[in-house]
Design a protein around this ligand. Structure first.
Ligand code: PGA
Length: 259
């Protein structure tokens, strides 16, 4: 099965509306036909979602929120629901980032509730999974399977088929280099095999799995030689339109060469 290659940029707590629109202009100019070969997903701060959605009218680029509330609606000052981000133009919600786990004590059960709210609002979850700092190598597979089991509790195979996954170990974020290709290959393969064993071969083969953590143009090529890696997610390099377009080009060359 041919899976759609994906490139994701997570802007975290950066990028004003003006900076977001300036990024878009420069990125779209350079990306050109690459946008028909690679599905680009930009995850700006909430404040830039609507103006970006307006600027992206008729563009194949899609938007994601960086998280959503675990509750659907109600008196929750400061929270933003899946329905509200969908209303602002998001197609996706990024869920389970290590920074929320670290700074807001988010746990797998909360990620699971957020994923349910996301699908109920008609948008698609992108689930971040990966081992935390300090997990011994021989415990990595077990840690990933336990995390997947908890974040996917209560979903049908059809629902899981509409999700995307990013393999992102905690220690790989915000450092000089991504995780080693052998490590990335093993993590992504494990996720795909586990999905296939729980939800069927078709789901396992269909679901896009990205790698995230210190992705840059210099390292993109070697990560894309891994058969289970369908794309890349970038933080710092996802805010630089020139670097991000190079990442998208490398994904297109590796994953959609003849399109
Ligand atoms: P980074 O961020 O690319 O700057 O390491 C990745 C992430 O947090 O998803």
């Amino acid at each position: 099965m041919v899976r759609q290659p994906l490139a994701l940029a997570n802007w975290k707590m950066e990028m004003t509306i003006a900076e977001s629109l300036a990024f878009l202009e420069r990125f779209q100019d350079q990306a050109g036909e690459l946008l028909t070969r690679v599905q680009v997903i930009l995850c700006p701060p909430y404040t830039a979602l609507k103006p970006m959605a307006q600027a992206l009218h008729n563009s194949p680029i899609q938007l994601g929120a960086q998280t959503v509330s675990a509750v659907a609606s109600g008196p929750y000052t400061g929270e933003v629901s899946a329905r509200l981000v969908a209303d602002a133009g998001a197609h996706w919600a990024l869920l389970g980032h290590w920074e929320l786990r670290r700074h807001q004590e988010e746990i797998d059960e909360t990620v699971n509730r957020k994923a349910h709210r996301t699908l109920e609002a008609g948008i698609r979850p992108i689930l971040l999974v990966g081992e935390e700092n300090g997990v011994a190598p021989e415990r990595t597979a077990r840690a990933l399977i336990e995390q997947l089991t908890r974040v996917l509790r209560g979903f049908t195979a059809g629902q899981v088929a509409s999700m995307a996954f990013i393999y992102e170990p905690e220690w790989a974020i915000g450092v000089a280099e991504p995780a080693a290709p052998e490590h990335v290959g093993a993590g992504c393969r494990l996720i795909r095999r586990w999905l296939a064993s729980c939800y069927g071969q078709e789901v396992g083969q269909r679901v896009p799995i990205l790698y995230g953590g210190s992705v840059s143009p210099a390292y993109a090529q070697r990560l894309l030689t891994l058969p289970d890696v369908d794309g890349l997610g970038a933080g710092r390099k996802g805010r630089d339109p020139d670097a991000f377009v190079q990442i998208v080009r490398t994904i297109a060359q590796a994953r959609a060469p003849n399109a």
